[in-house]
Design a protein around this ligand. Structure first.
Ligand code: PNW
Length: 450
């Protein structure tokens, strides 16, 4: 059977990165340190002692990196701004030099015909704000709105796509419940409070945008669909709780103005009664939602799980990425269809999708052969096309990531890039997946049928 994978002519083809993962020079030109700067410099927190001190040196090489985007034929580039470059103390004093970096980047993108898609917060909270309680402090919503307004005023004339927060689940699960990401807390009482305040902050950022912005703003969720390991009622209940915990805990307050009841069962006495007024702040009209999709999880009840959301069941006889994520492209379609059913017909961008696989060493002037990454991308792009055919309003797709970069506490050991980066020399080398993706873009997806 031959079928066509041609996407709409105005479909937005992109690639994504984030500030701390690629920029390097985190304290340059008057920037204030972030919680990731602190975390990375705390012994034992990062694989191989890696830090973001240099990373891809994008802070100095952004012009060359824009040329890599251009070679791919990207229509759009998704990046994040480091809050502490703009406001070194998190609030108050503006650091014009930090803002100027993003202004230059945006100009460079536009001169090369690439639409900037800017995320305000991709995890690098100013350390000065962590000292005031970080996301545990209810004032964080005001701090974020203040920062957002400064950035909007400087860049909204040129940036037409904005997001408030990237993946609030990862921030609160990794940063406050398990302690594997900055700020490194492991506390069941803190996690729901941080989650709630980060969604209040997102709402406050959207409100601030309505006061000064002229284009579009949304929020980005990582959605990992949950499937029960069996029909056993305990597995079904654990699956429901896992779905509530990872996906609905963040999308519900933003889009429905409520929390799913399972959260009380999961957090027990650690689940606070939030003021009902807060939901008018969290539920702000959005112009689009960003969805990051990597994998699914198959859930089995486990009474020792922390919190009470069951355990992931390893799937045999299927491909897993280097971060142990099952390759399951049907989950992307299931996610998009589920999202539309639950939250209505909001425009969607897939703001991240990609995979870390072992890449062979780079031979001189060669391209890096990465057939597994190509296979991953092809499968997911086909599933994306099927989602559009099924009626989901998907406006664009961003591959994660443009470059190999700092995979947070896993350091540089996991490579997600379309371009290989030699971190000793900063040499960028295209992988075969870059050629593959450029061809997809050039043919509007038609080459996915080959
Ligand atoms: C995302 N999970 O993180 C982030 O937005 C990126 O910064 C990161 O590099 C990329 O995905 C690859 O990991 C996630 O456990 C981290 O489900 C963890 C999960 C999902 C996304």
């Amino acid at each position: 059977m031959s079928r066509s994978y041609r996407f709409p002519a105005d479909f937005v083809w992109g690639a994504a990165t984030s500030a701390y993962q690629i920029e390097g020079s985190p304290l340059a030109d008057g920037a204030g340190p972030s919680i990731w700067q602190r975390f990375a410099h705390t012994p034992g927190m990062m694989a191989n002692g890696d830090t973001g001190d240099v990373a891809c040196d994008h802070y100095h090489r952004y012009k060359d990196d824009v040329q890599l985007m251009r070679a791919l034929g990207l229509k759009s580039y998704r990046f994040s701004l480091a809050w502490g470059r703009v406001l070194p103390e998190g609030t108050g004093r503006i650091n014009q030099k930090g803002l100027d970096f993003y202004s230059r980047l945006v100009d460079e993108l536009l001169e090369n015909g690439i639409e900037p898609n800017a995320t305000l917060f991709h995890w690098d909270l100013p350390a000065a704000l962590d000292d005031r309680g970080g996301w545990l402090n209810r004032d964080s919503a005001d701090w974020f709105a203040e920062y957002a307004s400064v950035v909007f005023k400087a860049l909204d004339g040129r940036v037409k796509l904005w997001s408030t927060i990237n993946e609030p689940w990862v921030v609160t699960d990794g940063g406050y419940l398990h302690g594997v990401l900055a700020p490194g807390h492991r506390n069941k009482y803190e996690a729901p409070i941080a989650a709630h305040n980060i969604m209040r902050a997102s709402g406050a950022g959207i409100q601030a945008y309505r006061a000064v912005g002229k284009h579009q703003i949304g929020v980005v969720f990582n959605i990992e669909p949950k499937y029960p390991a069996s029909d056993n009622p305990k597995d079904l209940a654990a699956t429901r709780r896992a779905q509530a915990y990872m996906n609905e805990q963040f999308a519900d307050p933003a889009l429905l103005g409520s929390y799913p009841p399972e959260l009380k069962d999961i957090f027990e006495d650690a689940w606070p009664d939030f003021p009902s007024d807060d939901f008018s702040l969290t539920k702000q009209p959005v112009d689009f939602v960003g969805i990051n999709y990597y994998t699914r999880s198959v859930v089995r009840h486990d009474r020792r799980a922390y919190p009470q959301i069951g355990k992931r069941v390893y799937q045999r006889n299927t491909t897993h990425t280097e971060t142990s994520w099952e390759v399951y492209e049907k989950g992307l379609k299931d996610t998009l269809v589920w999202f539309k059913d639950r939250y209505g017909d909001v425009p969607i961008y897939v703001t991240e999708n990609g995979a870390a696989f072992y890449d062979p060493p780079v031979a001189e002037s060669d391209i890096v052969q990465d057939p597994l990454r190509i296979d991953y991308l092809r499968k997911h792009l086909r599933a994306l096309h099927e989602s559009i055919e099924a009626g989901v309003n998907v406006k664009g797709y961003y591959a994660w990531s443009l470059l190999d970069n700092l995979e947070w506490s896993l350091g540089f050991s996991k490579r997600f890039g379309l371009y290989h980066v030699d971190f000793a020399t900063q040499k960028r080398t295209p992988k075969a997946s870059a050629k593959f993706y450029a061809n997809v873009i050039q043919t509007h997806g038609a080459s996915l049928g080959d």
